[in-house]
Write a new protein. Structure first.
Lengths: 504, 173
């Protein structure tokens, strides 16, 4: 179907009429996203009886608004207390938390909110226009290319998050190794599960996220009186509306960056399984690569917050593209939406755009409206949210530990997962103290099962021959980028050393 | 509150601390490879490829540390990780102990009462002495979690005496 102005105008009006369901969904989504462990898909599963009873348009508006809002909510604790609410916000900690430490929490929150909403808004509109073309993208990346994409992603993360590339790589591969725990995909044989039945399905991501980020950070935070250093307390206490305006000014300054990094999220979101965690890191790296001041990244630099937040909200539109266009969900939340759509008797795939365009396109219009609602709901709250960093750590640390340990249970409802979160907490604490970046470990754990799935598929195609991984041009370009990503930091430091010597 | 600080770090960095994660990673990798050795190739291909790469990276790191030790640019000490008697480390240990106790007792205590007790005990360990703050913050957290996740979202968090008492009032069905 081509561009139909009348239909799209009607859909926009219809989406605005659903504002009564979008507002509560946005509020629940922000809250759920801000607490590690309570993900969008779990909340949607819990609320399934409610959404199944709703009219399909209302249910879609509710689900998509809640989903988008969790992506925004995940950035809040990432900025304020260095613990991402969702995996997609892990990259936001790199500069967001540094801004908080400098007493600029409010500006960082505004940057996060504007980047998230503008990124989400732009990509949802672009998706409507480009849907038929975007739907084809997923077909170009097969198992062989996906193996290379994952290694590339991991190396990027190791290079970005760790000051020492070797330590970053060890952390990333350690994470991949942990991600290999559980039964294998073909024969169902358990591997390295330490005899725990609870690990047969692999290492659950929520306890890993909670342990590596929340518990480990809380264990470090208790050494200080407050989240921000004493030198920044006065600045944080004196937060006023001018800081919100300053955040808005910075958002405008980096508007172009918000837009192009959102498209990185959109494209990565289309690839099933890739998701917000990879997208935000790739966007961060690309943003740093094209920056005139790459050395400022990681020190509390505004574009370091803009890029990952914009990208992880670009992913929201991307994950829905394969769902609507070919009936394959791009992520777990999209899978829950698929259940609701199928329950209502809707057949997903290319015919949906001809037979029920109000559903196929309507979901993206609901998304657009939810982002507009989100911006106006959350922006005025930045000033008050930023005061969280002034809560003394003797209260904040117990609060974080109690909430997140409950979050570890909520996902699979196993008490075992609470213990697992503690184990990851201790690993995370040691990793943080010794500069083996926890983000690289987490991304390894996330990618582990996917990596195995694509690797085995490739090996089957190549009848066990590993050279199959180098059999396609796209994959080879990606492998070359992997090698470059490993060598570039060493080349750069060698160059800087030479320049210093030359300068005397 | 001023606390005794761990001893001043020596001039030479404690490189032993840099070995903790590699040792953990190597130990786990060897366990993985050893326990999956008898499986068919497809079941151990992924672990073998990642594991061998990881062991090679760890070998590089060991080599790098050995060179720095030999040149006298570091010690094998554990640095901050090894100060088990420092106040912060003691607090960390006690918090972990409280959380372990919470996990063991949650099937009986339930989420709400358990959370209240964990919050109170943790704040007490970290030096909160005002009874109003201790009880108020703990009760507020437990109530919010109960109302949002147990009563409204109906998450199947472990139930205990408090939930059994309140559920007929707040939950339908």
């Amino acid at each position: 179907m081509g561009w139909d102005t009348a239909l799209f105008l009607n859909l926009t009006l219809d989406a605005f009429k659903l504002i009564w369901v979008i507002v509560p969904a946005v509020l629940i989504g922000i809250l759920v996203g801000a607490i590690p462990g309570f993900s969008a898909q779990n909340t949607l599963i819990i609320l399934l009886p409610l959404t199944l009873a709703m009219d399909i348009n209302v249910a879609l508006a509710f689900m998509v608004s809640l989903y988008c809002a969790t992506h925004l909510g995940g950035g809040i604790p990432a900025i304020l207390v260095n613990m991402p609410g969702t995996g997609g916000a892990a990259a936001t900690t790199l500069d967001g938390y540094q801004m908080t430490l400098k007493g600029q929490a409010q500006q960082a929150l505004v940057l996060c909110f504007v980047a998230s909403t503008v990124g989400g808004l732009v990509t949802s509109i672009a998706t409507v226009a480009l849907l038929p073309i975007l739907a084809q993208l997923g077909f170009y990346l097969r198992s062989v290319e996906m193996v290379a994409v994952m290694v590339f992603g991991l190396v990027l993360i190791a290079a970005i998050s760790a000051q020492d590339l070797l330590k970053g790589l060890i952390a990333g591969f350690f994470g991949l190794m942990i991600g290999a725990i559980g039964t294998d995909h073909i024969y169902g044989t358990p591997r390295a599960a330490f005899g725990f039945l609870e690990l047969y399905d692999g290492v659950p991501l929520v306890p890993a996220l909670i342990g590596l980020f929340a518990i480990s950070e809380a264990l470090i935070m208790l050494e200080r009186e407050s989240v921000v250093p004493t030198s920044s307390v006065a600045k944080s206490r004196a937060a006023h509306w001018a800081d919100t305006l300053e955040g808005l000014r910075l958002s405008l300054k980096y508007l172009w960056q918000t837009i192009w990094t959102a498209f990185i999220g959109l494209i990565i979101g289309i690839v099933p399984g890739a998701g917000a965690s990879i997208a935000s890191f790739v966007a961060y790296q690309q943003s740093r690569m094209f920056s005139k001041t790459p050395e400022l990244y990681g020190t509390g630099f505004a574009p370091g917050v803009v890029a990952p937040e914009s990208a992880n909200n670009g992913v929201t539109s991307g994950t829905l593209v394969p769902l609507m266009a070919i009936g394959v969900p791009g992520g777990s939340t999209a899978a829950v939406m698929m259940v609701v759509l199928q329950y209502q008797g809707i057949v997903l795939g290319p015919r949906l755009f001809i037979e029920m365009p109000q559903i196929a396109y309507g979901i993206f219009f609901s998304m657009t409206v939810s982002y507009i609602v989100m911006l106006f709901t959350i922006l005025p709250l930045a000033r008050y949210m930023s005061q969280v960093v002034l809560v003394p750590t003797r209260v904040l640390v117990p609060l974080i530990l109690s909430l997140t340990i409950v979050g570890a249970f909520a996902n699979r409802e196993y008490v075992f997962d609470m213990g697992l979160a503690l184990v990851f907490g201790v690993i995370g604490y040691i990793a943080r103290k010794t500069n083996y970046h926890v983000t690289a470990i987490l991304i390894g754990v996330i990618l582990g099962p996917l990596f195995e799935q694509y690797l085995l598929r490739s090996l089957r195609l190549g009848q066990g021959d590993l050279t199959i991984l180098f059999s396609s041009t796209t994959a080879n370009v990606l492998w070359a980028m992997v090698v470059l990503s490993v060598l570039l930091p060493y080349l750069r430091s060698w160059q800087q050393k030479r320049a210093r010597v030359a300068a005397g | 509150m001023a606390e005794p600080q761990p001893p001043e770090p020596p001039d030479r960095p404690a490189l032993g601390a840099d070995l903790v994660i590699p040792v953990l990673a190597a130990g786990f990798t060897i366990y993985f490879l050893a326990t999956s050795a008898g499986l068919v190739w497809e079941a151990r291909a992924n672990g073998t490829i990642i594991g061998v790469t990881l062991l090679a990276l760890i070998a590089f790191q060991l080599g790098r540390i050995a060179i720095r030790l030999r040149a006298g640019r570091g010690t094998l000490g554990l640095g901050e990780l090894g100060y088990f008697s420092s106040p912060a480390q003691r607090k960390r240990g006690m918090l972990l102990g409280i959380l372990i106790l919470y996990i063991v007792l949650i099937p009986w205590l339930g989420t709400t009462l358990g959370l209240f007790l964990v919050m109170t005990a943790s704040m007490a360990v970290l030096g909160v002495r005002e009874p109003k703050l201790l009880v108020g913050a703990s009760a507020a957290t437990a109530i919010v979690i109960y109302l949002l996740f147990i009563a409204f979202l109906q998450t199947r968090l472990p139930l205990g005496p408090v939930e059994h008492l309140l559920n007929p009032l707040f939950r339908s069905g």
